[in-house]
Design a protein around this ligand. Structure first.
Ligand code: NAD
Length: 388
């Protein structure tokens, strides 16, 4: 199949591109390099050095003999999106290309507006381009488990059978997202469902849990193929951040009482879930939703696990939660759709965490320690009038 991966320069996009190329698909990546710009803005960098896209693509050619086509451009540029779809003529488009950090979207008004504009309009441009260039294209869109929040009922895969005043319907599962970033994904989901229902597009929305890990079968083949690994309080996902804090001898920072529970998955399962979704497309007119996670953990459980596995002393520090989120809540997620397609999950293991310790130790000189402390708060302090 011909697969176009939007956000192909990112943490998940690049390993996904390699995984599809390795599986024999024709692959192109598209990215506007915004993620590298956020690094400059925040004064951080990937813990593991990453090459630019030209070097990555050349390295893959040398290692595998396979070609990955590289498009540099912005999903906000609608003409560019239409032209890319016409030129590459994909069977499937995997859409990772969004601003993806909840804290980044909560910094201030500008960052919230940027996030929702970038994510919602980029996705809308893509929906129009697919509908007008080739409505047969299967859109595989990355949503997040954070769209659902933590409702006090079981979380279904995207849809809910509702009985109300004696009548029944199948409705989109109600969402209770926890940041302006997560809200952008909810808006995307509604726009995609609408495009499937009204224009007959075919789409899979993958509500993904928090991803951990660094290496896949393909990225391991050459250091130039490494993907990014973020540790800072804005972009670092929680398990990756705890591993880095342990290696640096810094306390693992647990927000609040640590009872917040989330769905997680290994990066090797992310790339495999994407392959399964693309190779088993949704039908025309179908808005298919999978909950892409393999296990649930509370933040405190993860901190304890890292502390147990690390071969030295580890301190766990409880910080006032800068986020506004529920603690001690119910969390029971249905996630059978991808397993039914053949996913064989890699569950969180001691060996994975141990191998991450070694990778982190090799690059610890690159860390900006100050970037570990949370600086973004969900609360809005009242602003003083300018002339006060
Ligand atoms: P990432 O930030 O590393 O990658 C996203 C890429 O998209 C970046 O390279 C960025 O430059 C690009 N991009 C952003 N806006 C763009 C635009 N307008 N046009 C073109 N390119 C643009 O993020 P990631 O961790 O690889 O996540 C990929 C996707 O998966 C995101 O949509 C994210 O919301 C979703 N997701 C990630 C996680 C996780 O734990 N990493 C969990 C759940 C969902």
């Amino acid at each position: 199949m011909r697969v176009l991966i939007l956000g192909g320069d990112g943490y998940l996009g690049w390993p996904t591109a390699l995984h599809f190329s390795q599986a024999g698909h024709e692959v192109a990546v598209l990215d506007n390099l915004a993620r590298r710009g956020y690094d400059e803005e925040l004064g951080v960098q990937s813990l593991v050095p990453i090459e630019d896209m030209d070097t990555r693509v050349t390295a893959w050619q040398q290692v595998s003999g396979k070609t990955i086509k590289n498009y540099v451009g912005d999903l906000l540029d609608a003409d560019f999106v239409y032209e890319t779809l016409r030129e590459f003529a994909p069977d499937a488009v995997i859409h990772y290309a969004e601003q993806r950090a909840a804290p980044y979207s909560m910094i201030d008004r500008e960052h919230a507006v940027y996030t929702q504009h970038n994510n919602v309009i980029g996705n809308l441009n893509l929906l129009f381009a697919i509908a007008e260039v080739n409505p047969e294209i299967h859109l595989v869109k990355l949503g997040t488990m954070g769209e659902y929040g933590t409702p006090n009922i079981d979380i279904e895969e995207g849809w809910l059978e509702v009985e109300h005043n004696g009548r029944k319907d199948r409705m989109l599962y109600p969402k209770k997202p926890g940041s302006f970033y997560h809200l952008s994904k909810v808006h995307d989901s509604h726009n995609i469902e609408f495009a499937c229902r009204i224009w007959g597009l075919r789409a899979t929305d993958l509500n993904q849990g928090v991803v951990y890990g660094l290496e896949t079968d393909a990225t391991k083949l050459d250091p130039r193929l490494a993907t990014r690994f973020d540790y800072d309080s804005v972009f670092g996902t929680v398990l990756n951040r705890f591993v880095i804090q342990a290696v640096l001898g810094e306390p693992l920072t647990v927000y609040g009482n640590g009872s917040q529970t989330r769905g997680f998955l290994d990066i090797r399962d992310t790339v495999e879930c994407l392959r399964l979704a693309v190779e088993n497309p949704a039908d025309r007119g179908e808005f298919r939703v999978f909950n892409q996670m393999t296990e649930s953990f509370s933040v405190a459980q993860l901190a304890d696990k890292v502390a147990e596995d690390f071969p030295g002393p580890v301190q766990i520090e409880r910080l006032t939660n800068p986020r506004v989120e529920q603690s001690d809540h119910y969390y029971n997620v249905k996630h059978t759709g991808l397993v039914d397609l053949g996913l064989q999950p890699h569950l969180l293991s001691d060996t994975l965490i141990e191998s991450l310790f070694d990778i982190v130790a090799a690059h610890k000189d690159r860390v900006n320690i100050e970037a570990l402390a949370p600086t973004v708060t969900w609360k809005r302090p009242a602003k003083e009038p300018a002339n006060a």
